[in-house]
Design a protein around this ligand. Structure first.
Ligand code: ADP
Length: 189
């Protein structure tokens, strides 16, 4: 089994690269951001609960996202592996994922961190905002998402660095170039 976490700041290209990675390695792919947007679109209980937080660029509670992932891991436990995008996003989520994986006798093979300079990220997200229809792709909310990222998500890198399974990947370049860099790292795992 191959279990990978694709890590990186908002706008780093995690969603784009995930589409290629999940096909190449036949992984069950879960983006907590996508799942939450589906819940909002369907106006489910969870969707209604998280909408104000997400629209303002805040993170939603650890318990909610971990439960969403737990269900999906359970349902796909017999597959080739998992690819997580946008999860874990806090150290608490990373700890809860470790506990969950231990319970299922699974392990994380590696964490791939896409590195892109912040000015380029903001540019990409503003561009995406023109067509994404996402209420959080505007300049003020983007700034707040980076504050959340710096305060709560960046520490997750140190968490994985300690265990020695963090791999930094240059996320600047053509989509295919970045994809090749990611694959080169995965093929070593
Ligand atoms: P981006 O990577 O561009 O910020 P995402 O689609 O990953 O976009 O996430 C959008 C929003 O969904 C986040 O700003 C946050 O509010 C919420 N979210 C997604 N994943 C998580 C998570 N693991 N924990 C808490 N909140 C999350």
């Amino acid at each position: 089994m191959l279990n990978i976490i694709l890590f990186g700041p908002p706008g780093a290209g995690k969603g784009t690269q995930s589409q290629y990675l999940k096909d190449k390695y036949h992984l069950a792919y879960f983006s907590t951001g996508d799942i939450l947007r589906e819940e909002m679109a369907a106006k489910t209980e969870i969707g209604l609960k998280v909408k104000a937080l997400i629209d303002a660029g805040n993170l939603v509670s650890d318990d909610i996202v971990v439960e969403m992932i737990r269900q999906r891991v359970k349902e796909n436990i017999k597959g080739n592996g998992f690819l997580f995008d946008g999860f874990p996003r806090t150290v608490r989520q990373a700890e809860m994922l470790d506990e969950m994986f231990a319970g299922f006798s699974l392990k994380i093979n590696g964490v791939l961190s896409l590195e892109v300079p912040q000015d380029m990220l903001i540019e990409r997200m503003l561009e995406r905002g023109k067509t994404s229809g996402r209420a959080d792709d505007n300049i003020d909310t983007i700034r707040h998402r980076f504050e959340e990222y710096d305060a709560k998500t960046k520490p997750v890198m140190n968490y994985y660095e300690t265990f020695g399974n963090l791999h930094k990947i240059n996320g600047v370049g053509k989509i295919e170039e970045v994809f090749d860099r990611l694959c080169a790292e995965i093929d070593k795992m």
